[in-house]
Write a protein that binds this ligand. Structure first.
Ligand SMILES: [Zn+2]
Length: 360
């Protein structure tokens, strides 16, 4: 064997050994420690403080081969059931023996919300569990929990996928978000995952990573820390529909396929419907009863009547009109309303996404 050939073979052996490299160390989140090739189940313990303790269940799937760490988080709104159940079902769809990398699945962040059927907030301290990042180990339950999520989930992850849907009071159409922070590589990685996920409506949301409040949501916290971020929503009004479940489970597997962590053919969305992130929200100005006139996913024009409101004895108190031309991403799905309750959200339809600009 010539010296040159010997060198070539040595290089081939080296690259072959890189290809078949095995992951040897376990990966731990909370009490779940997964050895390579296995799935571990456990919980992140949130000790009591000024209020009660809680446990957040988690599963970790550790691949035999090396690769990225991807975290799937659902249930920061504990009554968005479709996303919670989708993540529960996702766990058994991933096999550590064929996985390259590590997957963390946290199906239900806001346990008290789920257990008491309280939408939007954690009933223990009345705080939003998707608006209080990075949390505080010395704060109330929400803050203590989010502090641990930041430390144990967001920090070690390369990719953070946050799953939502219409809450108990939201008649919502499904969509993904393309979250952009104006950093080209990070933004294009996020776009790639949004197109791979498979939902054909994508809301374009610009964030200024330098602004003090940019990291308050899970997606914002992940974005600020340089992670690839994806947010997807499906489900509505407390209903768990098989098609919505499938959209979130398949979408999550598509993310892993696009990252080449599992063998899976991924077809990217070819012609997404782009929606403006700064949608126009119409809020109630008083307590009373709301009657929608249209459903989610209706294309409306500015000034169109979308519903009306009454007082409790049935006298009409006003019409609810579209503030802009666009698509109704969600409309209130229950009659009860109170001052500042969201009645409808209309997102303008974009021909294509404009370049990122720092929001005011
Ligand atoms: Zn939500």
């Amino acid at each position: 064997m010539s010296r040159a050939l010997r060198l070539t073979v040595a290089i081939q052996l080296l690259s072959a050994s890189t290809i078949v490299a095995q992951q040897t160390t376990p990966f731990t989140v909370g009490s779940a420690t997964a050895a390579p090739g296995t799935t571990a189940y456990g919980a992140i313990a949130i000790p009591s403080g000024s209020d009660s303790a809680t446990q957040i269940a988690v599963a970790v799937i550790r691949g035999e081969k090396p690769g990225p760490v991807v975290a799937f988080v659902a249930g920061s709104h504990g009554t968005e059931y479709t996303s919670i159940i989708a993540m529960q079902k996702l766990i058994s769809r991933i096999d550590g023996r064929t996985l390259a990398g590590t997957v963390i699945v946290l199906p239900l962040l806001n346990v008290a919300s789920f257990e008491t059927m309280t939408p939007h907030i954690n009933p223990i301290d009345r705080k939003g569990m998707n608006s209080s990042y990075p949390g505080d180990p010395n704060g109330t339950q929400t803050q203590r929990a989010l502090s641990e999520v930041t430390r144990q989930i967001v920090a070690p992850a390369n990719v953070v996928v946050d799953l939502h849907g219409g809450d108990l009071d939201e008649d919502l159409r499904s969509y993904s978000y393309w979250f952009r922070g104006g950093r080209a590589a990070q933004d294009s990685a996020g776009l790639e995952l949004a197109l791979a996920f498979g939902l054909d409506h994508i809301i374009v949301t610009d964030v200024d990573p330098g602004s003090p409040n940019a990291g308050r949501s899970l997606s914002g916290q992940a974005l600020v820390r340089g992670k690839t971020v994806l947010v997807a929503e499906a489900g509505r009004s407390g209903i768990v529909a098989p098609a919505d479940l499938a959209a979130l489970i398949d979408g999550s597997l598509n993310v892993l396929g696009a990252l080449e962590m599992i063998p899976r053919k991924v077809t990217h969305v070819q012609h997404p419907i782009w929606l403006a992130g700064a949608g126009a929200r119409v809020a109630a100005d008083s307590a009373g009863v709301f009657f929608p006139a249209i459903a989610r996913d209706t294309r409306v024009t500015k000034g169109q009547v979308l519903g009306h409101t009454t007082d409790f004895v049935g006298r009409t108190t006003g019409d609810i009109r579209a503030p802009v031309d666009g698509l109704v991403t969600f409309i209130r799905g229950v009659p009860s309303m109170w001052p500042r309750a969201t009645l409808v959200n209309v997102a303008p339809i974009l021909e294509k996404p404009a370049p990122w600009v720092a929001p005011k």
